[in-house]
Design a binder for this molecule. Structure first.
Ligand code: PMT
Length: 307
C-alpha cells in the first residue's frame, strides 16, 4: 500500500483563518515558559471533523468529547507544566469540565448585592476556582481550538515546530481522536450534496500519519506520548508496540473504547504497564489520568536527565 505524503496533505488542505494569530500566541507562550525554565506540554484533545462539502453542511465526526485531554491537562498544570491545549471547539476544557452538568441557577443564590454558592457544592467550587485562578494569573494555559482535520493538523504542526526550541523540556501528549480518512479540498463539492441525485457513495483518501514527521523532524528532541485506541483487546498492545517501532517515540498509551475511563496500558520500548481503577476508586471520583500523568512526568524527568 502506498503511504500518503504529509506535504501533499498540507498542499491540498486549507490553512485555518486564524493561523497566523495562533502561531504568534504559541510562540509568545513557549518563549515565556522557556525563559522561566518550565516544562511545556502540548495536549491534543477531542475529535476532528471531516467535511463532505466545501461550504460545509455535512461532515464526518467521531465519539470523542475530550475527557481524557481536559482531565490530563489539569494534572499537568498541577505538576507545574505550562500547557498548550489544542482542542476541538466545544469539547471539554480543563476546569470548565467540572461544571458541565451543573445548572448554576440551582447552586447560586442572590443574597443582597452578592451571589453566593449554596450547600455542598461550595467547597468543590472553591477548590476548582483556586486552582484556576493560579493557572490564569501565572498564564500557564493556552487554549487553541480546531474543528476540522485540516485545522487540527495545521495547528499541530505549527505548535510542534515552535516547541522544538524547548528541546527536551517539551512533551507532546496526543490524545485527540484524529480521522484516518478525508476528502482532499480540491475534490470536495462546493455546494450542499443534493438528495435528489440519489444514494450517496463517498470515496475517502487516507490521511498521512503525522506522527512520522512530528517525531523525526518537527520536534525531534521532545518527549512524545501518542495514544492507541482499539475496540478489539487482542490488537491493542501489538499495535501500540508497532507504533513505537515505526515512529520511534517514547510512549504509547493504549486504551479500549469501552474501558478507557478506568483502564489504560502504558507501553514503552521496554515495559508494558497496566493501570486499572477499582470500583471503589471509580465511585469515589479517582481519575485514571492522575495515575497516568504521575508516571509520565516521572518518565519525562528521567528523559531530561543528562546522559
Ligand atoms: O475524548 P475521550 O472520550 O476522553 O476519549 C479519549 C480517547 C479514547 C479519544 C483517547 O484516549 C485516545 O485514545 N486518543 C487517540 C485516538 C486515536 O486517534 O487513535 P488511533 O489509533 O487512530 O491513532 C493513534 C495515534 O496516531 C494518535 O496518537 C494520533 O494522534 C496519531 N495519528 C492519527 C491519525 C493521523 N492521521 N496521524 C496521526 O499521527
Amino acid at each position: 500500500m502506498d503511504l500518503p505524503d504529509c506535504n501533499d496533505f498540507f498542499e491540498n488542505s486549507q490553512k485555518p483563518d486564524n493561523f497566523d494569530s495562533v502561531r504568534c500566541a504559541v510562540e509568545d507562550f513557549v518563549k515565556k515558559h522557556i525563559d522561566q525554565d518550565r516544562n511545556i506540554v502540548l495536549v491534543t484533545s477531542g475529535g476532528t471533523t471531516v467535511p463532505l462539502e466545501s461550504q460545509t453542511v455535512r461532515f464526518i465526526d467521531n465519539f470523542s468529547i475530550g475527557t481524557r485531554g481536559a482531565t490530563s491537562a489539569e494534572y499537568f498544570l498541577s505538576s507545574n507544566y505550562a500547557v498548550i491545549f489544542l482542542h476541538r471547539k466545544g469539547s471539554l476544557k480543563p476546569f470548565q469540565r467540572h461544571f458541565q452538568h451543573i445548572n448554576f441557577l440551582d447552586i447560586l443564590l442572590a443574597s443582597g448585592d452578592d451571589v453566593i454558592v449554596q450547600g455542598d457544592q461550595k467547597s468543590r467550587v472553591h477548590s476548582i476556582l483556586s486552582q484556576y485562578d493560579h493557572v490564569k494569573s501565572s498564564e500557564l494555559l493556552l487554549l487553541v481550538e480546531f474543528t476540522t482535520l485540516g485545522e487540527y493538523l495545521y495547528n499541530l504542526r505549527a505548535a510542534a515546530q515552535i516547541l522544538r526550541s524547548a528541546q527536551k523540556r517539551a512533551m507532546l501528549y496526543l490524545a485527540a481522536a484524529v480521522s484516518d480518512f478525508y476528502i482532499p479540498a480540491g475534490q470536495l463539492p462546493k455546494h450542499k450534496i443534493q438528495s435528489s441525485d440519489g444514494a450517496l457513495t463517498i470515496s475517502l483518501q487516507l490521511v498521512p500519519k503525522m506522527l512520522r514527521p512530528l517525531v523525526s523532524s518537527w520536534v525531534p528532541n521532545a518527549f512524545v506520548t501518542s495514544f492507541k485506541l482499539e475496540t478489539d483487546p487482542l490488537l491493542l498492545v501489538p499495535k501500540a508496540k508497532q507504533a513505537l517501532k515505526t515512529y520511534k517515540h517514547q510512549v504509547v498509551i493504549g486504551n479500549l473504547l469501552e474501558r478507557r475511563k478506568f483502564e489504560v496500558v502504558i507501553v514503552t520500548q521496554d515495559v508494558e504497564r497496566w493501570f486499572h481503577l477499582t470500583e471503589v476508586e471509580q465511585k469515589t471520583g479517582v481519575e485514571i489520568e492522575s495515575r497516568l500523568i504521575d508516571i509520565l512526568t516521572e518518565m519525562h524527568n528521567q528523559f531530561m536527565e543528562p546522559a
